[in-house]
Design a protein around this ligand. Structure first.
Ligand SMILES: Nc1ncnc2c1ncn2[C@@H]1O[C@H](COP(=O)(O)OP(=O)(O)OP(=O)(O)O)[C@@H](O)[C@H]1O
Ligand SMILES: [Mg+2]
Length: 309
């Protein structure tokens, strides 16, 4: 069941159309990577879903609730982390969380336990009594995520949570997202740090100029969009037979052999590749390994998007 859904969602700023008929579906438990170049419409979509911006046309639902009709109900089940955020001067982390906990109407008695939980989850225990305004960017980011988790939202919308983080902090962010996914939360995360989203997200949606170019399972998208990929075969016996079979296979180009290793660029689909493997084996070749170069998210991104604002 789709827990986040947009139907022909459209947003115009005066005459400029920032979102065009966006149809998005995110299932319960997904970590959905929302990817697109600058100005694609990611923040616009997230702000509409967070009830902060009214769409021009179309509709958006979270857990079946219409975001424009019941914004208050949406806020109860939604955690939104904006792409930029201010923190307050003169507030210690625990006070900051307590302040927002109160704003979410969490009873004072329960607040301490909940704050301890989110501090532990975001690994901020040791900072609980420090001033938020003195935190580094990465720590502020965590602190904002901790705040986002206070009311135990079902759905998290994180607008570029990894931007500005150092490599270690990014890995920690990824681990945290995994933990949250394990807790049953559905997460939408926008980014242009593509390679990272690859192992953070199970699904992706690629957006450009307010239009969704592709969406779905990360691997499937990679497979359908990558027409050409490099294949490497290593054989134990039967090199000459292998060479003959490969040379005779349409869709195998730039074939190179070095010893018992063969490299080529393949235009074959998955079935044809599997058949090629079978043909080698039945042709008497002892195949040691048969591997395709793993495509990266960057490849897909550059392939699908045209660039230009
Ligand atoms: N308040 C506004 N008034 C006019 N145009 C706007 C406004 N907010 C956004 N836009 C335009 O809408 C388009 C989409 O912007 P949006 O912020 O959603 O992009 P984004 O995908 O989040 O980009 P980025 O990766 O840079 O954060 C951009 O062309 C932007 O200039
Ligand atoms: Mg943005």
């Amino acid at each position: 069941m789709a827990i986040v859904e947009t139907r022909s969602l459209t947003k115009r700023y005066n005459t400029f159309t920032a979102l065009k008929d966006l149809n998005l579906q995110i299932e319960v438990g997904d970590v959905f990577g929302f990817i697109g170049p600058n100005g694609a419409g990611k923040t616009t979509t997230i702000r509409i879903l967070s009830t902060l911006l009214a769409p021009t046309a179309g509709a958006a639902f979270i857990d079946g609730i219409d975001v424009t009709k019941q914004p208050y109900e949406i806020k109860k089940i939604l955690g939104y982390m904006p792409d930029s955020f201010g923190v307050y001067d003169g507030m210690r982390l625990r006070e900051y969380l307590d302040f927002f906990g109160a704003a979410y109407k969490i009873p004072a008695k329960k607040r301490k336990t909940i704050i301890d939980d989110v501090l532990a989850l975001t690994d901020l225990n040791s900072k609980a009594d420090d001033f938020v305004s003195a935190f580094s960017r990465g720590m502020k980011q965590r602190c904002c995520l901790a705040k986002t988790l206070l009311h135990d939202p079902k759905v998290l919308l994180l607008d570029e949570p990894a931007s500005g983080l150092d490599p270690r902090a990014r890995i920690e962010m990824r681990e945290l997202l995994k933990t949250l996914q394990g807790m049953g939360k559905t997460i939408l995360i926008s980014s242009h740090i593509l390679s990272e989203l690859g192992d953070m997200c199970n699904k992706i949606g690629i957006i450009e100029h307010g239009t969704l170019l592709a969406a779905g399972d990360f691997r499937e998208i990679l497979n359908t969009l990558q027409q050409e990929r490099e294949v490497r075969i290593e054989v134990l016996e039967g090199e000459d037979a292998a060479m003959k079979i490969l040379e005779a296979t349409p869709g195998v180009t730039s074939l190179e052999r070095s010893g018992s290793e063969f490299n080529f660029v393949s235009q074959l689909d998955r079935i044809a590749l599997a058949n090629l493997n079978t043909a080698l084996v039945t042709g008497g070749v002892k195949v040691l390994s048969f591997s395709q170069e793993e495509g990266t998210l960057e490849d897909v991104f550059l392939h699908v998007t045209k660039g230009g604002l």
